[in-house]
Design a protein around this ligand. Structure first.
Ligand code: ATP
Length: 320
């Protein structure tokens, strides 16, 4: 496996549970800095994250790490991949064994990946806790004896213990209250810069990626409908779903939005999947699935991308 750059990629990946495909033909790559993946609940974000972590095999397409297909790594390379690419999930408790103290939990990561001597481990645990802004007095606590924010900090310290190169952050703050969310995001931003980490930040909140990711992908019903510089997606969306997401940006801590017209409507099975919720939908949207194309610096799958761009701040009530 090559040393640099550490690039994790999905190439035209389709993912399924049984016979049901839930992610379709997705391509993206995560290297230096932050990449955002945005979409509402059920759009396939976690499924894609699991595939990128090597926990779910694509039905078709390839997950790559460096120049290698993840599926072709031998045992040693796989072990290396597992320490290079670390997940941080929504609720820190998922990463932490409820029976283990903070010290034991972080030490375990250190032993598994670095075979560190006991005395060195103690010192390293204290360093890692300081890195994530936690007092070393917490080392004897178990997960249920801490707040959600503290648990998430411990989970981040545990992920950092193995000196990863990339993080997959799946809604890392959505289980936390507002002020704690902001602090954890600041922490992640600082740590990523300090350690030169690349990361994929998965969220339903466009406001969150705006702070941490230069480039973002918008997922709807398992398909990337728009990709480009995050600032462009926010200031001039080219897909009606991005526009609706932008206008529904929840405050930190808010409920995940289901923006875009009749939000109860399921993705359409023919033509454009978003058309039943789309205020821009016209006949062609029911007849042909839009292909991804380059429109003014972003990739977008919408027959009416130029109109969406031109109209800018269009209200998203259906026009018909
Ligand atoms: N283990 C599973 N077996 C079958 N279907 C699943 C499984 N996990 C998820 N799904 C389905 O796959 C689709 C995508 O789910 P996924 O959890 O990836 O979405 P998500 O965007 O991460 O949503 P959320 O933000 O609510 O976590 C959903 O329709 C979901 O019901």
């Amino acid at each position: 496996m090559s040393e640099r750059p550490a690039v994790l990629g999905a190439e035209t990946v389709t993912l399924a549970y049984g016979h049901t495909a839930v992610v379709h033909d997705v391509s993206l790559s995560v290297g230096e800095g932050g990449i955002g993946l945005i979409g509402e609940s059920g759009s396939g974000k976690t499924t894609l994250a699991r595939a990128l972590l090597g926990l779910l095999r694509p039905r078709s397409g390839t997950i790559t790490y460096g120049s290698r297909d993840l599926a072709s790594l031998d045992r040693k390379e796989r072990a290396r991949f597992r320490s290079d690419v670390q997940p941080v999930f929504q609720d820190g408790s998922e990463a932490l064994d409820p029976r283990m103290t903070v010290e034991a939990s972080i030490s375990e990561a250190l032993t598994t990946h670095h075979r560190m001597a006991k005395a060195d481990r103690r010192a390293r645990v204290a360093e890692l806790l300081a890195d994530v802004g936690l007092d070393s007095a917490l080392t004897a606590r178990r997960p249920h004896q801490m707040s959600g924010g503290q648990r998430q900090r411990v989970a981040i310290a545990r992920a950092l213990a193995v000196e990863p190169r990339l993080l997959v952050l799946d809604e890392p703050t959505s289980a936390l209250d507002v002020t704690v969310q902001a602090r954890i995001l600041d922490l992640l931003e600082g740590l990523a810069a300090e350690h030169g980490l690349g990361y994929l930040l998965i969220t339903h909140n466009l406001g969150v990626v705006d702070r941490l990711c230069r480039t973002s992908h918008v997922l709807f019903a398992g398909r990337v409908v728009e990709s480009g510089p995050t600032t462009d997606l926010l200031t001039r969306p080219a897909h009606p779903y991005t526009l609706a997401l932008r206008d529904a940006v929840p405050r930190l801590g808010g409920e995940p939005p289901r923006p875009g017209g009749r939000t109860e409507a399921k993705p359409a099975e023919s033509g454009c999947p978003f058309r039943l919720r789309c205020p821009f939908a016209v006949d062609v949207c029911g007849e042909e699935a839009p292909q991804v194309r380059d429109v003014q610096g972003r990739m977008v799958a919408c027959h009416r991308a130029e109109d969406v761009l031109a109209e800018g701040e269009v209200p998203h009530a259906p026009r018909k």
